[in-house]
Ligand binder design. Structure first.
Ligand SMILES: [Zn+2]
Length: 440
């Protein structure tokens, strides 16, 4: 018994693995990419050497036999009239055995199946269209993201809405609070968005001048960005840091909110406000919320912890940074930039290879698209490198005056650049000390 298989795949669409998909030993596999030459060859082979023709032909789906239903039916007929039984592995079709031949039933089954084939073909054509646009690096289908409008072949900055998006980003960069920036947008511009939309804006490659396609591939430098590379890297750092903080404290107004933990009971210490009877002055305390100790851990004045934190960060931050074995970022970055340059050289050669007819237009588009995707990945790696001037920054922020001059909001921003957690270590006789855990 001879079994052959046929596989057709579209060069524009992601193709499934083709090895070992049949589940049984196959004598020969005919394979086509984009055209049906090998299928025609298979039919010719069968006609010319009927003695050696296969008993069975395996295909995944009937769609693979042709570009439209008419061609598919014709080829199906040709093969079956030669006595070859066709079995589909992903559809419910198999050629009738001659002894159980029932034309009525078969016709019904086949016409149902051909209808399904037609629907699938339509979807494939749509996907092919999208894939072709992707290779031409055109924006994906649908409305342009807020802040842009669709131009002929790229997104164009929308002069009326882009400043709103820009202001949203600046607000987030200043205060590090997503909800705060969302609220600000509504108060200032009457533009209502959900925190989810806001989060999406913050990480959406579109605002960084890149296109992201449905297959998750990113191509950079496709249109004018609203965020520059430094701002984007800073936003990524803020988002990562906020995700480590307890909920609701990322945007709390106090610089120590969510950062202080009681070493004894391992609980985050909350800020409580105390106003004395008939007096305007208010006092802030940090205390272990739901403290399990007995007697309960003593509350500590907020200002005392703040002052000690400043004192300690000025003392310990330069030491901690000096001890860091910072990877040689410049060397890494240079290497990545070199790789980008090499890929750009290849991209520049593509038009020449096209005019020399070494490559065709489709191959050029595909290669160009892939190379630009790889460049976008390399650029992303560069953006994720830690800031190279950490030592210089540590020196600058190690003066108490620097911290005392800041507002609480600014102080919160800077604390969180360096500090992961502040532990309150309680000693006997009600005294306490601080332990700073840096994020590096
Ligand atoms: Zn405690």
């Amino acid at each position: 018994m001879k079994i052959v298989a046929y596989i057709y795949s579209d060069p524009l669409l992601p193709s499934a693995p083709t090895e070992n998909i049949w589940g049984l030993e196959v004598d020969k596999v005919y394979q086509d990419l984009g055209k049906h030459q090998q299928l025609e060859q298979l039919i010719t082979d069968c006609k010319t050497d009927q003695a050696d023709q296969p008993d069975y032909l395996l295909v995944r789906r009937l769609e693979e036999l042709g570009d439209n239903v008419k061609i598919i039916s014709d080829r199906l007929n040709q093969l079956e009239s030669l006595g070859i039984k066709i079995i589909t592995t992903e559809q419910d079709y198999s050629s009738p055995q001659w002894n159980q031949f029932n034309p009525q039933k078969l016709k019904f089954n086949l016409s149902n199946l051909l209808q399904e084939v037609q629907t699938n073909k339509k979807r494939t054509r749509l996907e092919q269209g999208h894939a072709r646009n992707r290779l031409k690096i055109l924006p994906p289908p649908g409305k342009a993201p807020y802040g842009y409008r669709r131009g002929q072949d790229r997104y164009i900055i929308d002069k009326s809405t882009a400043p709103v998006v820009k202001d949203f980003f600046e607000r987030f960069l200043l205060f590090g609070s997503l909800r705060g920036a969302v609220r600000y947008l509504e108060n200032r511009y009457g533009k209502k968005i959900s925190p989810n939309t806001g989060r999406n804006w913050l990480s959406n490659p579109v605002y960084r001048g890149s296109l992201k396609y449905k297959n998750n591939e990113i191509i950079s430098h496709t249109h004018t960005p609203i965020l520059n590379a430094e701002e984007a890297a800073q936003i990524d750092r803020l988002l990562r840091r906020n995700s480590r903080l307890p909920r609701r404290t990322a945007s709390a107004p106090r610089s120590l909110a969510g950062l202080v933990i009681c070493q004894q009971c391992q609980l985050t210490m909350n800020i409580t406000k105390v106003t004395q009877h008939k007096k305007k002055t208010e006092y802030l305390y940090l205390r272990c919320h739901k403290c399990p100790q007995s007697p309960k851990c003593r509350a500590i004045a907020y200002s005392e912890i703040l002052n000690q934190t400043i004192e300690k960060i000025c003392l310990e931050l330069p030491l901690a940074v000096n001890q860091l074995e910072l990877p040689n970022n410049t060397a890494i970055e240079n290497k990545l930039r070199q790789e980008i340059k090499q890929k750009e050289i290849i991209i520049n050669q593509l038009p020449i290879l096209l005019t020399q007819a070494v490559l065709d237009q489709e191959t050029v588009d595909l290669r160009n698209y892939k190379l630009r995707g790889e460049i976008a990945q390399l650029e992303n790696k560069i953006a994720q490198l830690p800031p190279g001037n950490l030592q210089a920054i540590a020196q600058a922020v190690s003066l108490p005056q620097f911290w005392l001059d800041l507002s609480e909001a600014e102080r919160r921003f800077y604390f969180r650049e360096f500090i992961k957690q502040i532990e309150i270590v309680r000693n006997i006789s009600q005294s306490w000390s601080l332990k700073l855990n840096f994020i590096f």
